[in-house]
Every structure is written in C-alpha cells, then in structure tokens.
Design a binder for this molecule. Sequence first.
Ligand code: NAG
Ligand code: NAG
Ligand code: NAG
Ligand code: NAG
Ligand code: NAG
Length: 550
Amino acid sequence: MRSTTLVALGLCSCALAGVTVQEPGLKVPAQYQSNRAAAEKIFTTSYNAYKEFAFGHDELLPISKTSEDDLGGWGASIVDAMTTMLVMGLDDLFNEALNFSSHIDFSVIPAGGTISVFETTIRFVGGLLSAFELSGQQHPILVAKAKQVADKMAFAWIGDNVLPYGHIDFSDNSPDIAVTNIAEAGTLSLEWFKLSKFTGNATYGDLTMKSVEFIANLPAPLPGLAARFIDPGTGQFDGAYVGWGGGSDSYFEYLLKYARLTNTNNNIFIDTWKTAIDSSIHTLLKTSTVGNHAYLADQDDQGLIRHVGSHLACFYAGNWLLGGKLLNNQTIINIALQLNDGCWNTYAGTTTGIGPEGFAFISSDGNFTGDTITADEIAFYNTHGFYITSSDYIQRPEGKHLGRLLESNFYAWRVTGDTKYLDRAASAIASFNKFLPPPDHVGFASLNDVNNATAGFIDVMESFWYENFERKDITYSQFENRFAEVLKYLYLTFDDPSHISLDNYVFNTECHPFKAPPALNSYAGSGKLIPQKPFNAHKTGSPLPAISPR
Ligand SMILES: *[C@@H]1O[C@H](CO)[C@@H](O)[C@H](O)[C@H]1NC(C)=O
Ligand SMILES: *[C@@H]1O[C@H](CO)[C@@H](O)[C@H](O)[C@H]1NC(C)=O
Ligand SMILES: *[C@@H]1O[C@H](CO)[C@@H](O)[C@H](O)[C@H]1NC(C)=O
Ligand SMILES: *[C@@H]1O[C@H](CO)[C@@H](O)[C@H](O)[C@H]1NC(C)=O
Ligand SMILES: *[C@@H]1O[C@H](CO)[C@@H](O)[C@H](O)[C@H]1NC(C)=O
C-alpha cells in the first residue's frame, strides 16, 4: 500500500503502471470478427420485438406477444438495455430509451406491490449511472432518476439497522420485514458508491459499504464464507448454508469489485474475498469422478457438503480470474480456468449446447446433494460428468440463463488470449440462433428442456422463476438479462479488447460497466487471512424468504 499511497499523492515519479487484468495487446483474430455483428443482431431482433409488443413494460412474452410487469412496471427492459445500446453504438435506440427513462416516475410503483432493493439497484441505479458515464456524462437526468429511486430504497435501512431489508413498498416507504440474504444486502455497494460520487451525497455509498463491512465482520461458518441468509433486524445469520450460488453469489463478487472500483485502503474487502477463496479451495473445491471437472460445492446448514452446481454460480470463474490478476496470484487464476471449463462442460453436454440451470456431480469424496440420485441421473453422469438435478427439470425453463457462464468465458478470453474461448462464445451464438427463436412467434424465447429442442418454449423473455434446491425459493431472472448481460458479454467478447477494457471498467453484476480509476500496483489487502471465529448457527424460525439471486 505504501508505494501506491505515494503515487496517489504524486510523490513518486517512478513509472508504476498498476496491475493489469487483460492480456496486453490483445486483438480478436479476423476470422472471429463477424460474431460481433451476430451478437448485435440477436440484440436488435429481441429489442425490436420488445418494442413492437411490450414497449414501456418490464418484459416481452414472445409466445403470446404480450407483456408482463414484474420489476415495478417502470420499463425495466428499456433501462437495462441502455448500456448495451451505448456499447454497441446504437445511438437512435439509445436516444429513444433515454427519453423514455427521463420520464419514469419512480415515486410510485405502477405495477403495485413491493420492489426488490437488490433487483432495482442492479438494473435501474446501475443501468442509469453506467449509461450516464458511457454517454459522456451529458445527460444529468440519468443521475437524477437514479437518485429518485435510491432515495425511496434508502428506507430499507430502518432505525439502527446496518443491514437493509430486501423489499420496499413505495406507497408508504415501509420495508417488508423479513429475513434477507447476503446477495441482496451486499450487492448494492458499487451502484450506490457511484451515486454518491455523482450527487455529492456520501450517504448512499456509506449505507451500502457499511452493510458489506458488517457482514464481512460477522463470525462465519467458514472463514470468509458468510452464511447465505441474514436477518436485518437482529443482524445475525439465519442458518449456516454456504456456497457461491444464488443468494450468496454477488456478495462475494462485490467484495473484490468494490475494492477495485474505489481503490479503498480499507482492507476488509480484499481480506474477506481472499479468505473466501482460500476457504473455498480447502473445503468446497471438488473434482468429478467422470471427466475430472472442477466445481465448487455448497456446505449446508448441517455442515454437509452438497455436490451441486448452478448456472448462476458459474460467474465464479470470471470473478476468480479478475481477483487472481489483481492479487497477482497464479494459483487462483489456474483454478478459475478449471472452474470455467467445468461450467462449460454443462453446456457442451446437452443436445442444444445450452446448459441447464441446476446440476450436480459425484466426487471421490462424496455424492450427497440432499436428494437421492436416480438411475437415469447416474447414466447421464457417466456419459457427461455432471447430471441435471431437479427431477422436474423438464418442466423448468432451462436454457435461457446463459449469462453468467458467458461472462466467465469473456474474462477467460481477455485474461488469457486463448481463442478457444472465442470458439465457445461463437458456438453459444450459433445455439441461440438455432434453438431460441420460436417458430411463428417473435424474438427469442426460453427452452423447456435444453436436452430436447422439440419440447417447446417458455413464454418469457424475462421474468422471475422460482426454482428449488431445498425450497421453492430461488428466483431466476431470465431473458431480459440478454438485453443487459448475455448479449453485451457476447458482443464484448468479439469487440476490440481496448474498447471496454477490464483494465478501465468494473462491471456491476448486471453487466453495466462502471469507469474505474487507474489500478493500484497491488490489491494485497493486509496480506493476512481472516481467522475462524467461534460460530453458532442461529435459526430465526421465521418463514424463509423468496430469495432473488443474480
Ligand atoms: C419522449 O417520451 C415521452 C414520454 O414517454 C413521449 O410522449 C414522447 O413521444 C417521446 N419523444 C420522443 C421524441 O420519442
Ligand atoms: C443524502 O441522501 C439521504 C438518503 O436518501 C438523505 O436521507 C439525505 O437527506 C441526503 N442528504 C443531503 C444533504 O441531501
Ligand atoms: C495464492 O492463493 C492461494 C489460495 O488462497 C494461497 O494458498 C497462496 O499462498 C497464494 N499465493 C501467493 C503467492 O500469495
Ligand atoms: C454415493 O455415496 C454413497 C456413500 O459413500 C455410496 O454408497 C454410493 O454408492 C454412492 N453413489 C454413487 C452413484 O456414486
Ligand atoms: C422431446 O419432447 C417431445 C415433445 O414433448 C417428446 O414427444 C419427445 O419424446 C421428447 N424426446 C425425448 C428424447 O425426451
């Protein structure tokens, strides 16, 4: 830290470049470049279908050609798509979306009900502020709109609570008093930090930063690995479930990204992230007996290892790559690349080339998932090295949530320069174009069954979906992510690597890029891991909440 402080003070004239994430001088070879236009085409086709049948609503239903409002009814698809339009240089679409966004009245929820502080932060606050930056800070209305919605959400912190409640009723600013999870409480810090920067009001950044700091300081089931559920009223974890999947995922993601975006000298963020990685390597990192695929298991409330994976968790490879580079740790980079390959295998192993939401493995040190393994699953596993978990997966909307794997694949390309990652992204584009446009309908839809292209479509382009690992309580967001996330990562994979470089930008969890300051020479934190503190699992006994992970 010392030399970087000197640099910040301008006291060091030596040429210190700062740590880099991307392979220097990287170029996309000519034979891959047409894929960039192909990703843009999927975006414009989807967005034009949305414009024709659902403009102003949260999402398009591509089979019935109608719309749905499940994110407040403020036109989530438009706001979320603005940064994609800016990255792709689609100025006419952006100007139309800018005009629409300028007129949103966040003081009421037109669709009724309560809104999720997390979902609204990553899509609206993140989308508006990133669009403000990417459009050259010419449209202060975008900051004003982000402020309007954040001022309502700030009521989620009540009394002396350091942690926000998960949901707010905008009609009376009352929070929904319920247990939340660390992803909901800990994935606000990048967006609200930027809001403080652009408004000059430090409260936004302080509220969200202190929530993360508080969670990081609680005694955890494993060092650095906070439990998934948490009660903002008592400030205690609810249970001891630990993992990188939905409900926990982006809390870990933002520990690292907050340190990079702010260059803070508060070591808690890097120290906790590094400790989480170390604990994960020691306790959660497993290898399948068939195919030797690396994956990160979960540890459940009883302390049992569950050999499960999920599409959502596949962001971990990209996050570990970013951290491995920032911390200059080749061990973390190597494991991240193995984890990325393990996730990719779940895509390569289906007949559509599109991976399932949830899957599981058998490792030499166990096969427990919480469910019994069927003969069909064992047979599938013996061929593919993973199996698809829930018995009702045929009824589940598999296949539309490609975002997080393609995100990790994007990091792998930019960090290593290995063109096999370009091949994978190109094959995902081909699968999209082959399997996802529903015949006689509009846009792109979700498949019922990634292993059976004739089994039909789900009528959503974006929606929440309730999936289960133990309870029906994980919410999956779907196609709308393609506006903000999947198609932007695919496009950027084939774009000039210096355009939106990982050395200049930090992406929020919805793929809205934030401009980052020059990197420090090292993100080593204190250099020490956080020791295990005595941990007593605590159960509130209150009904478990619907959790809305990434
Ligand atoms: C701008 O938005 C307003 C309200 O949404 C709409 O009435 C108007 O037609 C829009 N103008 C343009 C040029 O798109
Ligand atoms: C800063 O924002 C918070 C949260 O909305 C608000 O309560 C406070 O009044 C604001 N402070 C100033 C000086 O505007
Ligand atoms: C890299 O990280 C791993 C995992 O935490 C750790 O064991 C190793 O000591 C680190 N290497 C260096 C050079 O810091
Ligand atoms: C799962 O583990 C149990 C306990 O070790 C073992 O008896 C069983 O054969 C394993 N099943 C498979 C399919 O590997
Ligand atoms: C695929 O889905 C179709 C339509 O539901 C069904 O008739 C067919 O049996 C399925 N194929 C397989 C291999 O499951």
